[in-house]
Design a protein around this ligand. Structure first.
Ligand code: SAH
Ligand code: SF4
Ligand code: F3S
Length: 474
């Protein structure tokens, strides 16, 4: 009999990708994706440990799921609860101590073992914990058949991080840097395109540190990977995230000027505009180094747009340091940016430093976000009157409205464009808001359809939808 699997995803895009892959790995055991946890036989929370809030959300969600599990048990039915992702990796056994109704805890490197863990949990009544960083990579052991993802797809090419920024848990939860081989990525990309994807977002915690094995046995760079993928017919757009400034190599900068399929948008987190803070953060770059990369990218691709992550209130951040951060935002003129209050994470060096008062963090975050909002609006307003190709892949809030992404990652709303669902189409931007723009399809480009896509399965849609909120949280 078919069983139901519900996965809730928190955190970054890599978790979104991993959730899709967990769905794939459970399919042969008869688990079909479900849209809600109430009727699920197996509930997986794919968690994020990046900030305290992200972690707390997991425990409050577990409380809700526990009630459902008890209700089911009273009716003689079983519900297995698994906690995966970065909280799973960081807290391990502690989760079962704090929430004994959790049956399985697994780290991000153990997803290929999920079927065996589920079988063990059913047999032993829970208590299964798997947190190893195995020598054999999960990517090689996951099923080759990946579910279709729709017009825009995620593809993990790199995992882990060797940077050890002093505030960050990722190197501890995701382990050392690892890159998949060029051939493995190419074959997955081809399958995604065959199944309707026209855009692929290459993912990695440190994606531009990519150095996978090429067909010639040599280690290939991200730029070389992009050049290979660009040859795939039907793949129209390539993006990659997240990049570290130190790994913006010359060939990667250059390919932005020569490869039209590579979108003119880059998420390049700087975290702080102050060199003193960057040093404390162990970022291994200065503000000047960062600005030079921006300038070089704009030199090869003048319409290049940027986004960043910022952390305010790290230990030791002075008012002057914070002013430097505001200055960077002014200088770069970001198309969008994410900003967070520093959250001390257990086991990281910055957590044991003297902490700034919450009120200072709050005030700085408000000022920074106000400036970022103004910059975003200015960028969106600068697009009014321009025509840009938009991948209309989602329903809007209103009847007959579709939403898609511009080359610069803006959300673009279009009314009355139903026939263009899942397609790349030229849109003239007519209105600008803080976090989106709206436009119309000019008569001249009506009928000019660039690509067609197939439907996606419900389960994948649910996981991909959760991406929007995941990104806001992450
Ligand atoms: N690999 C990516 C970042 C992953 S985490 C990179 O290097 O940029 C996403 C963002 O969360 C980070 O860019 C950072 O801005 C933020 N972040 C990480 N640790 C944090 C912490 N302890 N407190 C607040 N924000 C944090
Ligand atoms: Fe975290 Fe720094 Fe690695 Fe990004 S580069 S994942 S912020 S340690
Ligand atoms: Fe892990 Fe991604 Fe969060 S790597 S800690 S899920 S941001």
């Amino acid at each position: 009999m078919a069983k139901k699997l519900f996965i809730k995803t928190y955190g970054c895009q890599m978790n979104v990708y991993d959730s899709l892959r967990m769905q794939d790995v459970m399919k042969p055991l008869g688990y079909q994706p479900s849209e809600s946890f109430e009727d699920a036989d197996l509930v997986i929370l794919n968690t994020c440990h990046i900030r305290e809030k992200a972690e707390e959300k997991v425990y409050s969600e577990l409380g809700r799921i526990r009630q459902e599990k008890e209700k089911k048990a009273a009716e003689g039915d079983k519900m297995l609860i698994a906690v995966g992702g970065c909280v799973g990796q960081a807290e391990g056994e502690e989760i079962i101590k704090r929430a004994p109704f959790v049956d399985i805890v697994l780290g991000p490197q153990s997803y290929h073992q999920l079927p065996e863990m589920v079988t063990r949990a059913i047999r032993n009544n829970g208590g299964v914990v798997e947190l190893d960083f195995p020598a054999v990579q999960k990517f090689d052991l996951l099923p080759e058949e990946a579910s279709p993802q729709g017009a825009s797809a995620f593809l993990s090419v790199q995992e882990g991080c060797d940077k050890f920024c002093s505030f960050c848990v990722v190197p501890y939860t995701r382990g050392a840097e690892y890159s998949r081989s060029i051939n493995a990525i190419k074959s997955e990309a081809k399958k995604l395109v065959e199944r309707g994807s026209v855009e692929i977002m290459l993912l990695g915690q440190n994606v531009n540190a990519y150095h996978g094995e090429g067909p010639d046995g040599r280690s290939w760079s991200l730029a070389e990977l992009i050049a290979q993928l660009a040859k795939i017919d039907g793949l129209e757009r390539i993006r990659y995230t997240t990049s570290h400034p130190r790994d913006m190599s010359d060939d990667l900068i250059a390919i932005h000027g020569s490869e039209p399929k590579l979108m003119p948008y880059l998420h390049l987190p700087i975290q702080s505009g102050s060199d003193a803070v960057l040093k404390k953060m162990n970022r291994k770059h200065t503000a000047e180094f960062y600005l030079d990369i921006i300038a070089r990218l704009r030199a090869v691709r003048p319409d290049m747009a940027f986004s960043s992550d910022f952390i305010v209130g790290c230990p030791g951040e002075t008012d002057r340091d914070f002013e430097e951060t505001l200055k960077i935002v002014e200088q770069v003129g970001y198309a969008s940016a994410y900003s967070f209050k520093y959250s001390p994470r257990p086991g990281t060096p910055a957590a044991v430093e003297e902490q700034l008062p919450e009120a200072i963090k709050d005030e700085r975050l408000q000022r920074l976000q106000e400036l970022i909002r103004r910059k975003q609006l200015a960028f969106n307003e600068s697009c009014i009157g321009k025509t840009m190709t938009v991948l209309l892949d989602r329903d809007g809030k209103y009847d007959g409205q579709l939403v898609g992404r511009s080359p610069y990652m803006q959300s673009v709303h279009v009314m009355g464009a139903e026939e263009y669902r899942g397609q790349l189409v030229d849109v003239r931007i007519t209105e600008a808001y803080m976090s989106s723009v709206a436009g119309i399809i000019p008569a001249s480009s009506r009928g000019a359809i660039f690509a067609k896509t197939k439907d996606v399965s419900t389960g994948s849609q649910e996981i991909l939808r959760s991406n929007a909120s995941a990104l806001a949280a992450g």
